[in-house]
Write a protein that binds this ligand. Structure first.
Ligand code: TEU
Length: 550
């Protein structure tokens, strides 16, 4: 299936989208209420992050019932209605399947704790080492050991994330059957998309100590992961050509992604990979302050674009999600040139080869949280790592500065609808603080303004439907060595598209390696640009040019 190449996905974090019952939590009715807004934007799919029954230790990525809706989000009737009304507007739903682990509150895990061997085999229970230490030295992604000891059983269980997120044993055919049943359950309701959480971690290799790292090389892109995905595809969504799937790939390799998202590999429609979003890390270490490396960003984007295209595999292209800081704060500017930089970043990502994902509020240029006190943070990963930094001897102030930049809460503050109390998100008290800049940055204002960031996103979504070159074109980098410009070319039949973006506040000049004669401007972020071979680019200037041969 390739008719999804001109589609755009919009990600909703329901907890922070819109609250309709005043409890301070967003809900499904909130999404329903904003369908017209989403239709106006023009998106084709809504990826909803998990709203299933969950203790919410990781905001729903700790699922305790995959078939029921957490009452704080609403009811199954609300869901059915949302699905129906979205479809009526040409919008499909994509659900988030968290299949690498369940909550420890899930009945399977509870039965395992009671000593039931059947359910123990759903997870990884292992005895400690002879000295009583954990079975391996692997670390949890949220800090500390990846093993939790259960005194009653004298065994440890594996959790690559929080200790209340126990990893499922996919080598057990019963587990795989359960997962298939869940996918079918939602397919029967008419769901046309699935996002699979950290799905490249489901096949564990040897349980050995890692003397080189945190253990990830033993379970990332593991030995049977492709078989398991092919089986899931064959038995569930592969039977419906209209279903779109995306796998979230943690620390993956491009070679594996050729298979996960290959046109003929019968695994998934596309992948999220994150290498380009680690250019402000130190290696894999996120909890540091280092400036973003633009050269590396460009190299990574280009090599994934070229590599995936050469292997006929499909990318998801994105800057933002609920785990990432806001892109305008990260690679753009929050104050002067806020609007120009948000538009530039949008163009730079949307013209790439792949399916664009927009995270709620990105289309408004929403910025990082702007918290001023530690008590405002909610995320388990942020709070754990803050403590780890403190335990290493870092001052509270320095640890806090790191949180401000990297915390996942940066993207989880409530959606800014209007200049009204709590940005119009809730009539109650929001579960997480609203960014005080909502008076300036909000949807009401931007839908009324002709040249807003919202309008720019809307134009990009439309262009993808209008010009086959955006959906189907090949990709080639332009001026890869330029110190401040990200530029590339797309080509398809009689259409050639060139996208040029100044990533910096400093003006610069750019000389096109191909003649720009006969090109017209499709979209830009300054009003008066003319296509010419030597461009003088203003702060964060971006231009999309098109040529059609007759
Ligand atoms: O995230 C996977 C993941 O490895 C990272 O995004 C991680 O959360 C962190 O940011 C690394 O520093 C997925 C979900 O998107 C995330 O919200 C969940 O917490 C996680 O899986 C566990 O289900």
């Amino acid at each position: 299936m390739s008719d999804f190449h001109n589609k755009t996905v919009y990600q909703i974090y329901p907890k922070s989208f819109l609250d309709t019952d005043g409890d301070g939590w967003g809900d499904l009715r909130g999404v329903l209420q904003k369908l017209d807004y989403l239709q106006e934007l023009g998106v084709d799919y809504l990826w909803l992050t998990p709203f299933f029954v969950s203790p919410q230790n990781d905001n729903g990525y700790d699922v305790s019932d995959y078939r029921r809706i957490d009452p704080r989000y609403g009811t199954m009737e609300d869901f059915d209605r949302l699905l129906r009304e979205a479809k009526a507007r040409g919008i499909e739903l994509m659900l988030d399947m968290v299949f690498n682990h369940t909550s420890t509150a899930h009945p399977w895990f509870q039965r395992a704790l009671e000593g039931d061997p059947l359910y123990q085999s759903y997870y990884f229970f292992r005895p400690g080492k002879e000295n009583g230490a954990a079975p391996t030295n692997w670390e949890s992604k949220f800090g500390g050991s990846a093993w939790e000891y259960v005194p009653k059983l004298n065994q440890y269980y594996l959790h690559l994330f929080d200790r209340t997120q126990a990893d499922l044993n996919w080598d057990n055919p019963e587990v795989r059957r359960e997962m298939r049943d869940i996918v079918r359950f939602w397919m029967e309701k008419g769901v046309k998309g699935f996002r699979f959480d950290v799905v490249n971690l489901i096949s564990k290799g040897a349980f050995n100590d890692d003397d080189q790292g945190d253990g990830r090389r033993f379970y990332t892109d593991g030995p049977r992961v492709h078989n398991y995905l092919q089986e899931l595809n064959r038995e569930t969504f592969g039977r419906d050509a209209d279903i779109l799937t995306v796998g979230e790939m943690s620390s993956t390799s491009m070679e594996n992604c050729f298979r996960y998202a290959g046109e003929d590999s019968h695994e998934l429609s596309m992948v999220f990979s994150f290498h380009h979003l680690k250019v402000d890390f130190m290696g894999n270490e996120k909890w540091v302050l280092v400036p973003a490396d633009f050269g590396r960003l460009k190299k990574l984007l280009f090599s994934w674009q070229e590599g995936m295209a050469a292997h006929r595999a499909w990318n998801a292209v994105f800057w933002c999600n609920h785990d990432q800081p806001r892109v305008v704060s990260r690679f753009g500017s929050e104050e002067e040139y806020w609007k120009e930089s948000a538009k530039m970043l949008a163009s730079a990502i949307h013209c790439l080869r792949g399916t664009p994902y927009i995270y709620q509020g990105e289309e408004l240029g929403m910025t990082n949280a702007g918290f001023t006190r530690l008590e405002q943070y909610r995320d388990v990963e942020s709070l754990n790592h803050f403590q780890i930094l403190r335990d290493k001897g870092m001052s509270e102030e320095s640890a806090y500065q790191i949180l401000k930049v990297h915390s996942r809460d940066n993207s989880r503050t409530p959606m800014q609808w209007e200049d009204a109390p709590h940005a119009g998100f809730t009539s109650g008290s929001p579960w997480i603080g609203v960014n005080p800049n909502y008076r300036r940055i909000n949807a009401a204002r931007q839908t009324a303004e002709p040249d807003s960031i919202f309008r720019h996103y809307q134009a990009l979504i439309r262009l993808r439907k209008q010009y086959a070159v955006l959906a189907e074109g090949d990709f080639s980098p332009l001026t890869p060595q330029h110190p401040s410009v990200l530029a590339y070319c797309r080509h398809w039949k009689d259409e050639t598209l060139i996208c040029v973006n100044n990533f910096y506040r400093r003006p610069c000049s750019w000389t096109s390696p191909v003649s720009l004669e006969g090109f017209e401007v499709l979209l830009s972020n300054y009003p008066d640009i003319k296509p010419q071979d030597h461009l003088s680019l203003r702060p964060y200037e971006s231009v999309i040019l098109l040529h059609r041969s007759q």
